[in-house]
Write a protein that binds this ligand. Structure first.
Ligand code: ADP
Length: 517
């Protein structure tokens, strides 16, 4: 039931002039295999049923690497979202009343199923998002880890007993689920951005309506199918997609939705925050970053090059924790630029299914145009391209890994997230100057420093106005540590023992008259 209409694009190889042909053909066979997989779904999930949009409208999901249409999914709006909210609300009572152990077992089963379908999920991520398969498989493990972690954490939602101020009273603090959660997620991590919200939400007894990005809904739907297979009851997890503002407005307007959790752009995050005021909902926001990566002159050069490479070029620069400004001490600026260039020019660009490829396409044409406009701005103000700097000869939305030197703090490349494979190098002289440049932004998500000086590590880590700091390390996200930003990068933390608090209300219970007969 409900298995997708799977619109494999009929393209003959002669019609693929700028595409990597063998790879495109390989993708079509991967896509055809996935079509027959038990995890492939292309309808919305409401109350345990796979459903179309009420008016039958659909939207296409494309492969960014080839332009191929992978599938059509329902173009849903307010009506379907309200149905999903009602289902989640109905399911809340029974799901929240299960014991923590029972919920934990369901989540554990879901984790096991995700891991046993790792290959298919990874392929789905590569197909609809474009990241190299190895990276996509890494995302599956990373995404699944949140389900495993919160399956365990479900059993540790402890309350408190507070010493009373009066002898005949007993004071308790209970932790209870906030209720129905609306989770809105982006395209750059089609699985992990969902699991790190839904994992803690379900673990503590909330139910959820998920709206994945319209660019990458198939991974979300596959994960939801596995949740059903794991025995997570109908209505506990619902998935709708289509008209994003309408879906968002329906979630915001409903008094039954008690929490919105969002990962995406700062502009949309601010709208959601304002919209949540109408019904005074809890809100968690994981918004844009503008990550500084400070390379001090006492850094180990190899470690710094490796770390900056990982922090910048992961997912072709399309993550909110990607290094956005590489701020290098002037004493090692030239040396670093040279070593970094050598490393970056070895990055193989191509289709995510091709062996050895580490840089996939950008998500769409708008993303490439943004990169181009940022670069144009920098060049017009005196920056220099020392590597790359243009669209890749593969065509589509492939872009050459790029390094720009002589970047100044007034350039767009330094002021905003480029969200692409462009590494801007800025210079500094003193530690104070490096900190000032790093903090000179409204964003405050991730920052990285490279140094071998222990005192400096502490001093600079404490001075950085960021939610996460990597020291001599470019990849720092993990399910066991709190992830989230300060300033306009957001509110709340995801992952770790702190992440579950976002989905819990504290209730104080005062038990009076203990001694009355
Ligand atoms: P990005 O530029 O990374 O796509 P967005 O903030 O536009 O970031 O998108 C992140 C998520 O927010 C996606 O699921 C998108 O569909 C959704 N979204 C975009 N606009 C709205 C809106 N007005 N209300 C609710 N969700 C929205």
């Amino acid at each position: 039931m409900g298995v997708a209409r799977f619109a494999l694009c009929k393209i003959s190889s002669s019609l693929l002039p700028r595409m990597h042909r063998p790879s495109a053909l390989r993708q079509m066979s991967v896509a055809a295999d996935l079509k027959n997989s038990t995890i492939f779904r292309s309808q919305g999930l409401i109350g345990g049923q796979w459903v179309a949009a009420h008016d039958g409208k659909t939207l296409q999901v494309n492969n960014p690497s080839t332009g191929e249409i992978i599938a059509d999914v329902p173009f849903m709006g307010r009506r379907e979202t309200n149905d999903a909210i009602s289902s989640a609300y109905e399911a809340l009572n029974s799901w929240s009343k299960l014991t923590a152990t029972e919920r934990s077992k369901c989540l554990r089963k879901w984790y096991d199923l995700i891991m046993s379908h790792k290959e298919e999920l990874g392929q789905l991520i590569t197909l609809e998002q474009g990241k190299p398969l190895k990276e996509a498989l890494g995302e599956v493990s990373y995404g699944a880890s949140f389900i495993e972690f919160f399956a365990e954490e479900a059993k540790r939602v402890y309350g408190d007993i507070i010493p009373a101020t009066l002898a005949d009273r007993r004071l308790f603090v209970l932790k209870q689920p906030v209720g129905v959660v609306g989770a809105i997620t982006p395209w750059n991590f089609p699985l992990a951005m969902i699991t790190r919200k839904v994992g803690p939400a379900l673990a503590c007894g909330c139910t959820a309506v998920v709206k994945p990005s319209e660019l990458t809904p198939l991974t979300a739907l596959a994960a939801a199918e596995l949740a059903l297979q794991a025995g997570i009851p109908p209505g506990v997890l619902n998935v709708v997609m289509g008209n994003a503002p309408d879906i968002g407005d329906a979630l915001l307007a409903s008094p039954q939705v008690r929490k919105i959790t969002f990962t995406g752009s700062t502009a949309v995050g601010k709208k959601l925050m304002a919209g949540a005021a109408g019904t005074v909902k809890r809100i968690s926001l994981e918004l844009g970053g503008n990550a500084p990566c400070i390379v001090f002159d006492d850094a180990d050069l190899d470690v710094a090059v490796k770390g900056v490479l990982a922090a910048k070029f992961r997912n072709s620069g399309q993550t909110c924790v990607c290094a956005n400004r590489v701020i290098v001490h002037e004493g090692i600026y030239e040396k670093f630029a040279e070593a970094f260039s050598k490393a970056v020019q070895n990055l193989q660009v191509g289709d995510g299914f091709t062996e050895g490829v580490v840089q996939g396409p950008l998500i769409n044409e708008a993303a490439v145009q943004k990169v181009e406009s940022f670069l144009q701005d920098a060049l017009s103000k005196g920056a220099k391209v020392i590597l790359g700097g243009k669209r890749h000869s593969l065509g589509m939305t492939f872009y050459e890994p790029t390094i720009v030197t002589d970047v100044k703090t007034d350039m767009l490349l330094a002021r905003e997230e480029v969200f692409g494979p462009v590494a801007p190098l800025l210079r500094f002289i003193t530690e104070e100057e490096a900190i000032r440049i790093a903090n000179d932004t409204n964003a405050g998500l991730a920052a990285y420093i490279f140094t071998s000086n222990v005192q400096r590590t502490w001093r600079v880590s404490e001075a950085l106005e960021y939610g996460l700091v990597g020291v001599n390390e470019g990849i720092i996200s993990t399910e066991v540590a709190p992830f989230g930003g300060v300033k306009q990068s957001g509110l709340g933390r995801e992952g770790s023992k702190y992440g579950i608090d976002e989905y819990l209300e504290l209730k104080y219970v005062c038990l009076g008259d203990m001694n009355r007969k």
